[in-house]
Ligand binder design. Structure first.
Ligand code: NDP
Length: 452
């Protein structure tokens, strides 16, 4: 670790105590930037690194709501407006009991670089609540969303801050949030993305993060003259990202053998084909059930999560590719070792920061095709950007048009990672490539805009 990285990390830890995920995300980026700062001393003088780490604004608020028994529940809401140098704040809302300030700051920080990589004019933000939609009725989810938006609405807007979905926030929640925003503001604007198709949403937005992660993997494989055809793939999660990752892998001729949720994972050696995937989509998006039902229906093994285990058996199967698509730090150092041992040589991260730093180092040192989340999963926010463009134009592009643009953006992101890694002396290193390419665009904009 260089002196500069040490100094920055000491400062970050002192200023943001008890936020380990935020420290982890910052350290990974700053470690990539040494050489950039050496070549551009003006960034050091302007303290660009320190300014990007400090959110422009943090909003934290009470979210009271009445449950179906008429009892009062109290949750905490957040919105982190991290950086607006290249466009309005943009990033998802996460509803999950593990949500806290540090996790949302890590996500908002990652979002700044990710959005910069998409080539679209979007700043970085993230928000959410410790509310758990699991086990709640539609009515309770609506009450919560309305209360959440009753505070958030005054801080967001189509030219200020445009939230979207993330864990626990899908089409249903975006609908309730949008309805309340519209009522309070008395205007119909593109203030959220991931909207329903008949009220301003974009085709392909639900598919975009998963499709994008697979396009990114295909681009990485392309550098070795290979394709996804015939590749055995491990996918974690069974939500939005995991579902459409599976769909696209199938379309490109690969085979997905695992899916999971927070209770455990299923292993289906025959592959999760389109019919089985339709069952998963109905199970998760309509019936809101547990992945174990898949094992019961198709007679395949289900392994429950063992909270005390020091590895996750999902990552311990023979495969070629891994698409972590559940949550942060879901691949620890033992899991990374198991993946390598089992022949995995492509890791494309649908989730945000799913691999711990030791795991990332193992992948990079081994020289496998490792696409970090901020590049590999940028297709979601990129398509949110396309939804914003369509809203501004008051026009809708066809499925093919949006998919083609998404594919083009993923190719462009891949190219800028490869080019930046090459230019800064670490060819093939997508971690440094994505951090450097994402950082430079934001840094240049901040330099142009003065000390604000
Ligand atoms: P969903 O809520 O649709 O699905 C999340 C999935 O991950 C569920 O299967 C969930 O299981 C599982 N999961 C969540 N938290 C945990 C946990 N702590 N331990 C084990 N499993 C867990 O979310 P998304 O698919 O939208 O998001 C998945 C990941 O992708 C997240 O890291 C998110 O930040 C990232 N991402 C999402 C984007 C999007 O467009 N949606 C864009 C870019 C990144 P269970 O239901 O049992 O909790």
């Amino acid at each position: 670790m260089s002196t500069f990285v040490e100094e920055v990390m000491a400062w970050v830890k002192a200023k943001n105590p008890a936020e380990p995920e935020f420290h982890q995300a910052v350290e990974e980026v700053v470690e990539s930037l040494d050489i950039v700062l050496e070549r551009n001393p003006e960034y050091r003088k302007a303290r660009i690194v320190e300014r990007i780490i400090e959110p422009e604004r943090v909003i934290m608020f009470r979210v009271p709501w009445l449950d179906d028994n008429g009892d009062v529940q109290v949750n905490r809401g957040f919105r982190i407006e991290m950086n607006s140098a290249i466009g309005p704040y943009k990033g998802g809302l996460r509803f999950h009991p593990t949500v806290n300030l540090g996790i949302l700051k890590f996500l908002a920080y990652e979002q700044v670089f990710k959005n910069s990589l998409t080539t679209l004019p979007m700043g970085g933000g993230k928000g959410g609540s410790d509310f758990d939609p699991k086990g709640k009725s539609d009515n309770e989810v609506m009450k919560f969303c309305q209360s959440f938006m009753s505070e958030l609405f005054r801080h967001i807007g189509p030219n200020t801050d445009v939230p979207a979905g993330d864990i626990g926030v899908g089409g249903r929640e975006i609908g309730f949030l949008f309805g309340q925003y519209k009522k309070l503001r008395n205007e119909f604007t593109g203030v959220l993305t991931g909207k329903g198709l008949n009220w301003g949403g974009s085709l392909i937005r639900p598919e975009a993060t998963g499709y994008g992660a697979v396009y990114f993997a295909a681009e990485m494989l392309g550098t070795r003259g290979e394709t996804l055809e015939g590749k055995v793939c491990l996918v974690s999660g069974s939500g939005n990202v995991a579902q459409f990752t599976t769909e696209k892998i199938n379309e490109l001729g690969g085979k997905v053998v695992t899916l999971s949720d927070s209770s455990g994972y299923i292993y289906d050696e025959a592959g999760i084909d389109s019919e089985k995937l339709a069952f998963v989509m109905d199970l998760k998006n309509v019936r809101r059930g547990r992945i174990k039902e898949y094992a019961d229906k198709y007679n395949v093994p289900f392994t429950p999560i063992e909270p005390k285990a020091d590895y996750n058996p999902l990552w311990d199967h023979k495969a070629d590719c891994a698409f972590p698509s559940a949550t942060q730090n879901e691949i620890n150092a033992n899991d990374a070792q198991n993946l390598l041992k089992n022949g995995v040589y492509v890791v494309s991260e649908g989730a945000n920061m799913p691999t711990v730093p030791e795991g990332v180092n193992l992948f990079v040192d081994k020289g496998i095709l490792y696409g970090p989340g901020k590049a590999a999963n940028a297709g979601g926010v990129a398509t949110s950007g396309l939804e914003m463009s369509q809203n501004s134009l008051r026009y809708s592009w066809s499925r093919e048009e949006v998919d083609q643009k998404l594919h083009g953006i993923m190719k462009a992101i891949h190219k800028s990672c490869v080019d930046a890694a090459e230019e800064y002396g670490c060819p093939g290193n997508y971690v440094n490539g994505s951090n450097i390419a994402g950082f430079i665009k934001v840094a240049e904009a901040m330099m142009d805009q003065g000390t604000v």
